[in-house]
Design a protein around this ligand. Structure first.
Ligand SMILES: C[S@@+](CC[C@H](N)C(=O)[O-])C[C@H]1O[C@@H](n2cnc3c(N)ncnc32)[C@H](O)[C@@H]1O
Length: 218
């Protein structure tokens, strides 16, 4: 089974209850959204856009930006389109693609690059996740920001909680990415960019940013 087929299979029915259920355990998404302050006209791409919930939050707040979303699942993209049209908003430009395989600028015909690229709980599902992060940094505009929110290492939680969490997440093809912060910091150093991160609920999740044109690693 291809990865696209696997993602369609995973979300065929889940997508109808996705937004109602995920708000309880995909923590930190709103923190990431609130940390962005796009200027009018900014180009914002979400990789692994899912139901479009994050872009919808941004589009309501910043209607004068242009939105783009890519996902491996055509069914999730269908749901994202419906979500926007139901709210009377123009849907983002949506493309079915594998994050680790495509050039984001070419895919959306945006040679100038994106001002913001978001990976929200997608890195833990993308097989070649480091490759997709590198592609993300390459696709930023000169002062662009790449932002990631995903599961952390839960270092501040009991062992039993961690064991149960990862067993359960395994059913959804979610994998540990405990080297995420190190990888992002490495990309930031290479791109002479600023790197910062914060822990959400004792490392349940991490929110991290790589900002080009602002070298200073913390
Ligand atoms: C857990 S959902 C997160 C959706 C959304 N970003 C959110 O925060 O609600 C992960 C999404 O990543 C997509 N995905 C998984 N692997 C992918 C890949 N290799 N390339 C692109 N999208 C992928 C899945 O289809 C799914 O829609």
């Amino acid at each position: 089974m291809s990865h696209n087929e696997l993602m369609d299979k995973t979300y065929r029915f889940q997508r109808y209850i996705y937004d109602a259920t995920r708000k309880y355990f995909l923590l930190g998404r709103d923190r990431l959204i609130d940390s962005l302050e796009p200027k009018p006209g900014a180009r914002i791409l979400e990789v692994g856009v899912g139901t479009g919930r994050n872009l919808l939050c941004l589009a309501k707040k910043y209607p004068e930006c242009t939105y783009y979303g890519l996902d491996a699942s055509s069914l999730m993209l269908e749901t994202a389109k419906t979500l926007f049209t139901k709210k009377g908003l123009t849907p983002p430009k949506l493309k079915e693609a594998l994050a680790e395989k495509v050039d984001y600028r070419e895919l959306f015909d945006v040679p100038e690059g994106f001002d913001y690229i978001i990976f929200s709980y997608a890195i833990s599902m993308i097989p070649a996740w480091e490759e997709s992060l590198a592609r993300g940094v390459e696709a930023l505009s000169p002062h662009g920001t790449l932002s990631v929110v995903d599961f952390g290492d839960q270092a501040g939680h009991p062992h039993i909680f961690r064991t149960f969490l990862w067993k359960w997440l395994g059913f959804f093809h979610v994998h540990k990415r405990f080297s995420l912060l190190g990888s992002l910091e490495g990309l930031a150093i290479k791109a002479r960019a600023h790197f910062e991160y914060e822990s959400v609920v004792r490392n349940y999740a991490w929110v991290a940013h790589v900002q080009l044109g602002q070298e200073k690693t913390s």
